[in-house]
Design a binder for this molecule. Structure first.
Ligand code: NAI
Length: 455
C-alpha cells in the first residue's frame, strides 16, 4: 500500500504551493497532475498572456512614441515569434515548479487521478489503475472555460473557428478580424493584445458594461481608450448563434452579424470538479463548486479544497493564499482567509487594479461611505511618462468605521501599486495613520498618498 500523509490533486498554483508548504512542514506528500505542472495560470492563463501583452506594449511603444522623441520606421510585429517566446517562458517556469517539487521531495504523479472512497481509515485515490492512500486530501482541481450551449459554438470549437483561452495562445497566425464573446477579464486582456497589433476586434458582451463588477468609471475609461484604437463594443448584446465566418447576435436594434476570421469565447470559467470521484466521499457541492469555509475545509473532515475548484475568487494569488491557509490548518496552526482584501488586476493597457468594495457595492452592503477620486496626473512621474493619460485612483472609506474598504486604479503601474492598497484594506488602519507612510518620489504610487489626504 503506497500511503502518504497528504495527497494533493491538481498541480496548479493552489496545488503545487500546498504540496510544497506541506512537505516543508514535514508531511509525506503526493501530488497528481494530469496535464502540466503550473496548471492554467502557468500554461494557458496568467503567465502566457502577460508575455503576449508585453510584446504588444513594446510594439505600441515602438510605433506610438514620436511625442517622446522616439521615431521608428518599418516596425513589424511577428506574432509567431511571440508565441514561440511564450512557449519558452512557460517551459522555464513549469520546469521551475518541477524542480521545487523534487527539492521538497514531493512525489509527483503525472496522471489523471480520482478520489475512490476510503479504505482502512484512509482516503483512496486511483490513477491509471494504481491506488494511493492518504490521511488527508487537498483538492486543487482548477477550472475550465464555460462553453455555453449556443447553436454552432460546439461545432466552431471542433473546427478551430471558435477558441477558448487555451487554443488562442497557440495560434501562430494573426487573424485579420476577431470577435470576442464576453467582455470580462480574459476577453479584455486578449482583445487588448490583438487590437494593439492591428487585428480588428469586436467585443460582444451581454451586459450593458464591460469588465463585470469593476468600478463603472474605470470601465468607461477602458472602453474609450480601446475605441480610440479601433475596437468595437457591442453591449447588451445576446449571441444567438455562431456560424462559419460570423457571430450572430441581437441587441435593441434587432439581429446582426459580426463577420470574423476567428472567435474567442470568454464567457466565464467553472470549477473543474467532474470525474474527480468526489461523490465517493460525499463532499458538499454548490453549483459544481466545492463548498469550503474560511479555513478552506470542505464538509468532509480532513478534506480541503483550494483554488478555482471552490468557486470563490478564481485568481492564482487567491489559490496561493488558500493553499497556505489549508496547509497551516493541517499542520495545526490556526489560519483564516480574508477574501475582502484580495486585489485583482486586469493587465490591459492601461492597467486596471482594484481591491475591496466599489462605492456602489459598499452602499449595497449597508455601509456609509465617502469616495475620493484623484487623477494620476497628480503624480509627477505619471505626467513625465504618460502623454495625456486618463488614469485615476479612487479610495472608498467606510465613514462609520473610519477605514478604507476599497481602492480602484486605472493607469500605468496600477498592477504594481495595488499591493499597498490591499495592505491598507487588510490592516484596517485609519486614514490618520496612513498619512504617516512615506511614498517614494517620484512614483505613480504617490497618487494613493494624494487620495489619502483627501479622505
Ligand atoms: P468573466 O466572468 O470575467 O467574464 C465573462 C463575461 O462574459 C461577463 O462580462 C459576462 O457578462 C459575459 N458573458 C457571459 N455569457 C455571455 C454570452 N452568452 N454572450 C456575451 N457575453 C457573455 O470570465 P472570463 O473573462 O472568462 O474569466 C474567467 C475567470 O478567469 C475569471 O474569474 C477571472 O477572474 C479569471 N481571470 C483573471 C485574470 C486576471 O486576474 N488578470 C485574467 C484572466 C482570467
Amino acid at each position: 500500500m503506497e500511503a502518504f500523509d497528504l495527497i494533493v490533486i491538481g498541480g496548479g498554483p493552489g496545488g503545487y504551493l500546498a504540496a510544497e508548504r506541506a512537505a516543508q512542514g514535514g508531511l509525506k506528500v503526493c501530488l497528481f497532475e494530469k496535464r502540466a505542472l503550473g496548471g492554467v495560470c502557468l500554461n494557458e492563463g496568467c503567465i502566457p498572456t502577460k508575455t503576449l501583452l508585453n510584446s504588444a506594449k513594446l510594439y505600441r511603444h515602438a510605433t506610438e512614441s514620436e511625442n517622446f522623441g522616439v521615431k521608428s520606421e518599418n516596425v513589424t510585429f511577428d506574432h509567431a515569434q511571440v508565441i514561440k517566446r511564450k512557449a519558452k517562458v512557460v517551459k522555464t517556469l513549469v520546469g521551475g515548479v518541477g524542480m521545487t517539487m523534487s527539492a521538497n521531495k514531493v512525489n509527483v504523479v503525472s496522471a489523471p487521478a480520482a478520489v475512490n472512497g476510503r479504505q482502512d481509515g484512509k482516503f483512496k485515490v486511483s490513477a491509471e489503475g494504481k491506488d494511493y492512500f492518504a490521511d488527508r486530501l487537498i483538492l486543487a482541481l482548477g477550472s475550465e472555460a464555460v462553453v455555453p450551449p449556443i447553436p454552432g459554438v460546439k461545432e466552431g470549437v471542433e473546427s478551430g473557428f471558435v477558441m477558448t483561452n487555451r487554443e488562442i495562445l497557440d495560434e501562430t497566425q494573426l487573424p485579420k478580424t476577431l470577435a470576442v464573446i464576453g467582455g470580462g477579464v480574459i476577453g479584455l486582456e486578449m482583445a487588448c493584445y490583438f487590437a494593439s497589433v492591428g487585428v480588428k476586434v469586436t467585443v460582444i458582451e451581454m451586459m450593458p458594461k464591460i469588465a463585470g463588477p469593476t468600478d463603472n468609471d474605470i470601465c468607461k475609461v477602458l472602453q474609450s481608450e480601446y475605441e480610440k484604437r479601433g475596437m468595437v463594443f457591442k453591449l447588451s448584446a445576446k449571441v444567438l448563434s455562431v456560424k462559419p465566418g460570423a457571430v450572430v447576435y441581437e441587441d435593441k436594434d434587432g439581429q446582426h452579424e459580426c463577420p470574423c476570421d476567428k472567435v474567442l469565447l470568454s464567457v466565464g470559467r467553472r470549477a473543474a470538479t467532474k470525474n474527480a470521484g468526489l461523490e465517493s466521499i460525499g463532499v458538499e457541492m454548490n453549483r459544481g463548486a466545492i463548498v469550503t469555509d474560511d479555513t478552506l475545509a470542505t464538509t468532509v473532515p480532513n478534506v480541503w479544497a483550494v483554488g478555482d475548484c471552490n468557486g470563490k475568487l478564481m485568481l492564482a494569488h487567491t489559490a496561493y493564499r488558500e493553499a497556505e491557509v489549508a496547509v497551516n490548518n493541517i499542520l495545526g496552526k490556526k489560519d483564516r482567509i480574508n477574501y475582502n482584501s484580495i486585489p485583482s488586476v486586469i493587465y490591459t493597457d492601461p492597467e486596471v487594479a482594484s481591491v475591496g468594495y466599489t462605492k456602489e457595492a459598499a452602499e449595497k452592503a449597508g455601509m456609509k461611505v465617502k469616495e475620493v477620486n484623484v487623477p494620476m496626473m497628480y503624480a509627477g512621474r505619471y505626467v513625465a511618462e504618460v502623454d495625456g493619460g486618463k488614469g485615476f485612483c479612487k479610495i472608498v472609506l467606510d465613514t462609520d468605521k473610519n477605514r478604507v474598504v476599497g481602492v480602484h486604479l486605472v493607469g500605468s503601474y496600477a498592477s504594481e501599486m495595488i499591493l499597498s492598497a490591499a495592505m491598507m484594506v487588510d490592516t484596517e488602519l485609519p486614514p490618520e495613520r496612513l498619512k504617516k507612510f512615506v511614498f517614494p518620489h517620484p512614483t505613480v504610487c504617490e497618487v494613493i498618498r494624494e487620495a489619502i489626504f483627501k479622505l
